[in-house]
Design a protein around this ligand. Structure first.
Ligand SMILES: Cc1cc2nc3c(=O)[nH]c(=O)nc-3n(C[C@H](O)[C@H](O)[C@H](O)COP(=O)(O)OP(=O)(O)OC[C@H]3O[C@@H](n4cnc5c(N)ncnc54)[C@H](O)[C@@H]3O)c2cc1C
Length: 453
């Protein structure tokens, strides 16, 4: 194999949402880009979905990257803007409004299509239908294998955007200093749809739906055709688990017992199970994200669980970070790589930690009836002390605040709630439901105070 040199070009391995967004941002800055993607055939016929995570929630931090490439409005337009979260308890519902902040859901396929289309507008972006087999991260050399040929190409800079099971990350693993933690949980998921004709009228289309249950949960994200994508997260093994579901009848029994209000939206419940595939969840944390001429972005650098809908958002934040560093340091890729790696380390760790806590919220806290009091307290604080008080979820979903800041806020939130739960006059305060000077003082003790004008 001859080594081809393209030392003024950049290689992006993987044309998922993160790789494509970075390609467009760097092409706008004048770079020639080669994107390697084995599932690519042409911009119309590309296989757009990878058979998992049919749709995504895109939040403010993800939209920031789409601002950079001038596509915020277009991405919001192809999705569904959510106005609230509805929590379906067995005998009750709870509504958490998003207060006019933008969170939207977009189908992976639609997102990929508009990004491919935009990328195709740049003559300097070349989409290559090939799988990358290894990368020499020090020299920036990419070895690839297409349908007929193979090759090695040298680049100015290589970005590994090739997802959770990244080949580029494997090339980092050859070095003793590379840290990699991998976690596989005893939790799997299945994905299916409530069809539009049944979802409409039964479940709101502009709402994120959650059914929290002990050790498992169901999650519903609406699509722009009126359907709702459903993910059921359930233990893989053990007494109540996918392992125990041996037939359509078993599956029907589980759903009838756990989620009776969904049955009217599943027309093929009698046969659904036999057509489904249980997927398992893995998360990967690594460091550093950069070395030599290569950087890892998106799921390739940090695969977190989908409970809080942050994977794409965290990955798109990598894109914003790289572009901001490029605008600051211009062609000094060594500096960009170093600063990128250091700046994203803690954000990725905090995002993982907050995601893990979300699983506890969905499968332990919310299903516990005593947690209703905590929900009432949070509702009271949000209603009477916003914006002085906002939750860590609001920081994650509606702001660009670093995930580390959201982690600190989660801690503060927990301590404030602990103090309030111990007050003998708590029920009176909640009943009156007005601003209270003592609570203002309590919030101020945790650094949450009104800004002086
Ligand atoms: C059930 C589920 C629900 C989710 N829901 C959400 C959500 O609501 N919100 C959210 O933000 N995130 C969500 N996620 C996470 C989200 O799917 C990922 O974070 C996101 O897809 C990562 O984007 P990416 O571009 O980094 O990688 P990917 O989307 O995985 O794309 C990687 C690309 O690289 C290509 N590739 C792989 N290997 C090679 C190779 N060797 N050479 C060349 N190309 C290669 C692949 O074909 C693919 O096109 C969810 C995930 C799951 C599993």
């Amino acid at each position: 194999m001859d080594l081809q040199e393209s030392i003024d070009r950049i290689a992006i391995v993987g044309a998922g949402p993160v790789g494509l967004t970075l390609a467009i941002a760097l092409a706008e800055r004048g770079f020639g880009i080669d994107i390697y993607e084995p599932r690519y055939t042409d911009s119309e016929g590309a296989q757009l979905s990878n058979g998992r995570s049919i749709n995504f929630t895109i939040m403010e931090r993800g939209l920031k990257a789409f601002d950079i490439i001038g596509m915020r409005d277009q991405i919001i337009e192809i999705g569904v803007v959510l106005k609230q979260r509805t929590v379906h308890f067995p005998d009750d519902i709870m509504i958490n409004p998003f207060g006019g902040n933008i969170t939207s859901t977009v189908r992976r396929e639609d997102l990929q299509r508009v990004l491919y289309k935009k990328a195709a507008e740049f003559s300097q972006i070349k989409l290559i239908n090939a799988r990358v087999t290894s990368v020499d991260i020090k020299k920036g050399e990419v070895a690839w294998s297409g349908q007929q040929e193979t090759g090695v190409q040298a680049y100015l800079q290589v970005f590994g955007a090739d997802g959770a099971h990244s080949t580029v990350r494997q090339s980092f693993q050859k070095y003793h200093w590379f840290e990699l933690q991998q976690e596989t949980l005893n939790l799997g998921y299945i994905e299916f749809l409530f069809p539009p004709e049944l979802a409409k009228g039964n479940f709101e289309a502009d709402t994120l739906h959650l059914w929290p249950r002990p050790n498992c949960y169901l999650f519903g994200l609406p699509n722009n055709d009126g359907s709702i994508t459903i993910n059921f997260f359930y233990p893989l093994t053990g007494p109540n688990s996918f392992e125990q579901i041996k037939s359509n009848e078993d599956f029907k029994n589980v759903f009838t017992q756990l989620f009776p209000n969904t049955l009217k939206c599943i027309p093929d419940l009698d046969s659904l199970w036999s057509g489904l595939k249980v997927s398992y969840l893995q998360d990967f944390q690594c460091f550093p994200f950069s070395h030599g001429r290569a950087s890892l972005i998106g799921d390739a650098g940090h695969t977190i669980q989908p409970y809080q809908g942050q994977g794409v958002n965290l990955g798109l934040e990598d894109v914003s970070a790289i572009v901001e560093l490029f605008d600051q340091h211009k062609d000094d890729w060594e500096k960009i790589n170093q600063e990128y790696s250091l700046s994203r380390k803690q954000s990725a760790r905090s995002a993982k930690l907050l995601t893990d806590l979300t699983l506890v919220e969905y499968t332990k806290e919310l299903p516990d009836p005593s947690f209703k009091q905590v929900c009432r307290i949070i509702g009271y604080l949000l209603k009477n002390y916003s914006p002085v008080f906002c939750t860590h979820f609001q920081l994650i979903a509606f702001t660009h605040a670093d995930y580390c800041e959201a982690e600190i806020r989660q801690n503060v939130e927990r301590k404030i709630i602990q103090e309030l739960v111990q007050r003998s006059d708590l029920n009176m305060i909640l009943q009156k439901d007005v601003k209270n000077q003592e609570i203002l003082k309590l919030l101020a003790r945790y650094g949450l105070r009104e800004e002086k004008k």
